[in-house]
Design a protein around this ligand. Sequence first.
Ligand SMILES: NC(=O)c1ccc[n+]([C@@H]2O[C@H](COP(=O)([O-])OP(=O)(O)OC[C@H]3O[C@@H](n4cnc5c(N)ncnc54)[C@H](OP(=O)(O)O)[C@@H]3O)[C@@H](O)[C@H]2O)c1
Length: 328
Amino acid sequence: MDSYVLHAERPGDMDSLAARHRPRRAPGPGEVEIEVRAAGVNFADVLVVLGMGTVFGESDAHELGLDGVGTVVRVGSGAPGAHVGDRVLFFHEGAFASHVTVPAELVVAAPAALSDAEAATLPVAYLTAWYALVRLAGLGAGETALIQSAAGGVGLAAMNVARLHGARVLATSGTERKRQYLRELGVEHVLDSRSVAFADGVREISPDGVDVVLNSLAGKAQQAGLGLLRLHGRFVEIGKRDIYGGGTVELAPFRHNISMHSVDLLLLSRVDRPLVQALLAELSPLWADGRLEPLAHEVYPMREAPTAIRTLTTGRHVGKVILTVDGL
Ligand SMILES: NC(=O)c1ccc[n+]([C@@H]2O[C@H](COP(=O)([O-])OP(=O)(O)OC[C@H]3O[C@@H](n4cnc5c(N)ncnc54)[C@H](OP(=O)(O)O)[C@@H]3O)[C@@H](O)[C@H]2O)c1
C-alpha cells in the first residue's frame, strides 16, 4: 500500500486495527506533508482503540497517533521555515500513517543525533510535562514535585524537566519493577501509585507537603494528592477520567493558597497553535543538546500495532511505546 493510515474498524476490538488506503493530501497554505518514520503510542490512542474516545470527550476522538518523526516531502505556500528533506518532529493526530499533512507550526527540527525511534519518544511526553510543570506550575529550583505514575512516558519526561529546573522529585509507580527502574534513575523516594497510602509516605519524607503535584490518578488518589500541597502549592491535572466523568473536588486543601490547573494538549493543537509552537521552540534546543534526553522505549513495527497498543493497557511498560512506519 503506497499511502495508508491505521484505523480501528470496530472501536473496542483491538484486533480490528487495520491499515487502509488514504490518499496523500497536498499541503495547503501554512502546511507541510511529512513521510512518517516513527510514531509514539499515547494513552489517548488506547482510549480511541477501546472505543472510549467519545466517552471521555470530543477531543479524545482523534485519528490514531498524535506525534512522530519523519521527513518533509512537500511544503505549502506560507511555510517559510520548512524545506523538503527536513527531518522533523511533529505533534498532530493521524500519525499512525505513511504520510500526514500538518500545520507547519506543529513541526520542529528533529535532533540530528537521535534515531527515529528515540526522536519519536519526545513530542507529546515533553510538551505535556513542560506545559504542566514549567508554564502552568512555574516549578522552581529547590521546590519539591510529586510526579504520579512517573515510569510512563509523560512521567519520565516530567522527571527530566523537574530535574532540569533544579527541583526535588518524589515519584509514584504501580509495580515494583517500575519502582526499581525509577530508583535506578536516581529517584530517592518512590511510592506506590495504586494505593492512597502514597500520601502518608510523602508526609513521612516531606512533613509539610510538596510544592507541585503532576497528577493523572483518579478519584481518591487525586484528592489525596491535592491534600499534600503546601502553601502556594500547584496541582496540575493531566488525566481526564474525573474531568469528563463529572468528578468533584473537596476544597479544604485550598486553604493553603493553592491553585489547580488542567491540561488538554490535543485541544491546544487544534485551538492554540501559537502556544504549541512556542512550547516546541522552548524544547527544541534542550532536545538538540541533550539536556532533555529521549525516553526509555520499546519499538514495534506498524503491522504489530495491536500488540504495541495492548502493551499500554497493561500498565507494565516503562516509558514510551514506538511504532516504526514501514511499507506494511
Ligand atoms: N491532558 C493531556 O493533554 C495529556 C497528554 C498526555 C498524556 N496525558 C495523560 O497522562 C497519563 C500518562 O500518559 P502516557 O501517554 O505517558 O501513558 P503511559 O506511558 O501509558 O503511562 C500511563 C501510566 O498510567 C498508569 N496507570 C494507571 N492506571 C492504569 C491502567 N488502568 N492501565 C494502564 N496504565 C495505568 C501507569 O502507571 P503506574 O502503574 O506506574 O501508576 C502507566 O504507566 C495518561 O493518563 C494520559 O491520558 C494527558
